[in-house]
Write a protein that binds this ligand. Structure first.
Ligand SMILES: [Zn+2]
Length: 279
């Protein structure tokens, strides 16, 4: 099921309160689930310790991603290189173990295109393009890409991103919403209104926020380290990305994952601080 902008808008309008409510009442209503029944309110993610504003659960967001994932697999050639597929699956299994997610069922697709990219979709779908496997110099670097994607899952970034977009619609209808209520809403702040429509239409495919990316970087390094890979290879991969981004055909990963130099620097600081390696 893919929710259109109209579906969401209608839902929100139908469920919006008919009386004038103060800002505080709206916030409390949202938290208690009385304004929009699907609200699960602000929760703290045990994996990251951050406060999250979630309007949808993992199961709901997974349902929304089903058609996008199916389309992706229909439109993009799947690799028939069994050695490559085995390699990606082997690395993923170790990383998933490092992330404490090896008991969940995952669907991994290796796409046979030059794109230097990878992504994760709600519902435990992981897409890896041949191009990024060729960019990586070793399994450790591939593990850093997959660890990063696992980080997006653990951080529940898709549900949070979607919730922010949906909150934008609620805000438009209900009048005012407390942008200060969670880390996410505060961060998106003024852009919520701008994101609104487009975000809902492309709900599951929006780029993540900068905070999500950095969080996924750090979680990814935690996971690859626990899986036995060399954490030092993660910033090295960003160096490679940075070098490639100066060429005529920058890696596609860069379009949704900007600032490779800065991220490599931040990752090195994190790795040193955690004592994983000296980089
Ligand atoms: Zn990412």
């Amino acid at each position: 099921m893919r929710l259109s902008k109209e579906t969401i808008s209608n839902q929100v309008i139908n469920e919006a309160p008919r009386v004038n409510m103060s800002r505080r009442q709206i916030i409390c209503g949202l938290a208690a689930g009385s304004v929009v029944p699907i609200v699960t309110s602000c929760t703290t993610n045990p994996e990251t310790g951050t406060s999250q504003f979630l309007l949808v659960g993992d199961a709901q967001i997974a349902q929304m991603a089903v058609s996008a994932w199916d389309e992706m697999k229909q439109e993009t050639p799947i690799s028939t290189n069994s050695a490559l597929t085995r390699r990606v699956n082997r690395v993923w299994e170790k990383v998933a173990q490092g992330a404490g997610k090896s008991d969940e069922s995952w669907e991994i697709a290796v796409f046979d295109t030059d794109d230097a990219n990878a992504f994760v979709m709600p519902g435990n779908k992981v897409g890896v393009y041949r191009g990024i496997t060729e960019l990586t110099e070793n399994d450790d670097q591939l593990a850093s890409v997959l660890g990063h994607e696992a980080g997006h899952v653990a951080g529940r970034h898709a549900a949070e991103r979607y919730s922010v977009a949906l909150a934008g619609q609620v805000a438009m209808v209900a009048g005012a919403i407390a942008v200060q209520q969670s880390d996410t809403l505060r961060e998106y702040g003024d852009t919520i209104g701008v994101l609104g429509g487009a975000a809902l239409q492309f709900g599951v495919l929006l780029p993540y926020s900068r905070r999500h990316e950095l969080e996924a970087d750090r979680l990814g390094v935690d996971y690859m380290y626990r899986a036995g890979y060399s954490a030092a290879e993660a910033p090295r991969l960003w160096d490679l990305m940075a070098a490639r981004s100066e060429g005529s055909r920058p890696p596609e990963f860069m379009s949704t994952h900007p600032d490779p130099v800065r991220r490599a620097t931040e990752l090195r600081q994190y790795i040193n601080a955690r004592g994983y390696d000296l980089v």
